[in-house]
Write a protein that binds this ligand. Structure first.
Ligand code: 13P
Ligand code: SF4
Length: 366
């Protein structure tokens, strides 16, 4: 149950909201809380949501934490509001097909998810019939329904080393794939690891990450994904200059980065990991006082809450998609149960199978 006084205190002390901002925010949070209780609804929020949304949510977390939470929801819950982006709302729907899932703004997309479609995926499958194909969680439910397993930033290394099949293919974010596969060090088990790179001149470009060799598969332009590559338009903007500048002007003890950043940036970081892993990494490290984090700017909220004694710096970049959600459209989607996410039975079943495979492979030893 939400403790609204506690939320108000955190918004004021940790997140520095002014009294006049709180006068607008708190009545909305009260209304959200009242309606949520009356409807037996739950609110899920990604860590890249504004602090009031993260605090009023029943669960705030990374994509894996939200998927696990949704999977374990009891029968009495019939409505889920996912304050996330669309592929995450689909992910929640595939874990809870019997529940109504809504999203505050259905236009909350993702440049990684727009970088892959089933046409390209089928071409890749045809070309590598013995491959295990793993989709990053940032993909549509349709893409998930035709791969062998899903992975997230929290478990990609384990999934890639545990999955059977050779080669192992990871798609669609080339930077993510490269960072994860090179970071696996000796866990590649003598297999080939291929990453989807981009569409170029009527071809799908695949890269053997360990040798750097490229392979091409023909694709009709009309069948190609909406975007020519599947990288994150927030994380791919961080530069070497950002890190140099912060290091020059502040006493930075540690740099942590999300694996969606460019490999040159990942190489400059002390730790590379998904949103939840960043929190894990900093636990029990009192000497790491000044932390530079290279990921979406709203990640400051859970970091500051988890470690009030540390100071966090970031070359602040927001995800415009995540920011489409706000307290007004969240309240609206909860109240009117609008912007429902619907998936056909085959896609639901297929996406769920790939998600379940992820949970099985994560629980195996790496
Ligand atoms: P997480 O899996 O770490 O939640 O990340 C998803 C995402 O979209 C990061 O940009
Ligand atoms: Fe997609 Fe990047 Fe936004 Fe994450 S931060 S939802 S990967 S566009």
């Amino acid at each position: 149950m939400a403790d609204l006084e506690q939320i108000k205190k955190k918004l004021s002390t940790i997140h520095k909201y002014s009294d006049s901002e709180l006068d607008i925010i708190m009545p909305k949070l009260e209304e959200i809380d009242r309606i949520r209780k009356a409807k037996h609804a739950v609110i899920l929020a990604h860590y890249y949501q504004i602090p009031p949304i993260q605090l009023i949510a029943d669960k705030a977390g990374d994509s894996l934490a939200l998927a696990s939470y949704a999977k374990a929801l009891p029968n009495e819950i019939s409505l889920i509001v996912t304050s996330t982006v669309y592929f995450m709302a689909e992910m929640v729907k595939s874990m809870c097909p019997g529940k109504k899932v809504v999203i505050p703004d259905p236009k909350a997309g993702c440049s990684i998810a727009d970088g892959m479609n089933v046409n390209a995926l089928r071409k890749i499958r045809e070309n590598y019939p013995k491959a295990a194909i793993v989709a990053y969680i940032n993909t549509t439910a349709e893409v998930k329904s035709e791969v062998d397993a899903v992975c997230t930033s929290a478990n990609a290394g384990a999934i890639l080393s545990n999955i059977e099949g050779n080669p192992v293919i990871l798609l669609p974010d080339y930077f993510f794939s490269k960072n994860i596969i090179t970071g696996m060090r000796n866990k590649q088990n003598g297999k080939r690891y291929l990453a989807y790179k981009m569409i170029d001149d009527g071809s799908i470009i695949m890269e053997d990450i360990l040798t750097g060799k490229e392979e091409r598969i023909k694709i009709n332009e009309k069948e190609a994904p909406l975007l020519k590559d599947g990288t994150c338009m927030v994380h791919n903007k961080f530069t070497e200059f950002d890190i140099h500048e912060y290091r020059k002007n502040n006493r930075i003890d540690v740099v942590i980065a999300h694996p969606e950043v460019r490999p040159s940036i990942a190489n400059m970081a002390d730790a590379v990991g998904g949103t939840e892993k960043m929190i894990e990494y900093l636990k029990g490290k009192p000497n790491m006082k000044n932390v530079l984090f290279i990921t979406e700017c709203d990640m400051a909220a859970p970091l500051r809450e988890a470690f009030p004694e540390k100071e966090f710096f970031t070359p602040c970049r927001f995800c415009d998609y995540m920011r489409k959600n706000n307290l007004n459209n969240l309240l609206d989607s909860l109240k009117k149960e609008i912007h429902e996410v619907n998936l056909g039975p085959e896609i639901t079943q297929g996406a769920r199978r790939s998600m379940e495979r992820m949970f099985e492979l994560t629980s195996m030893l790496p």
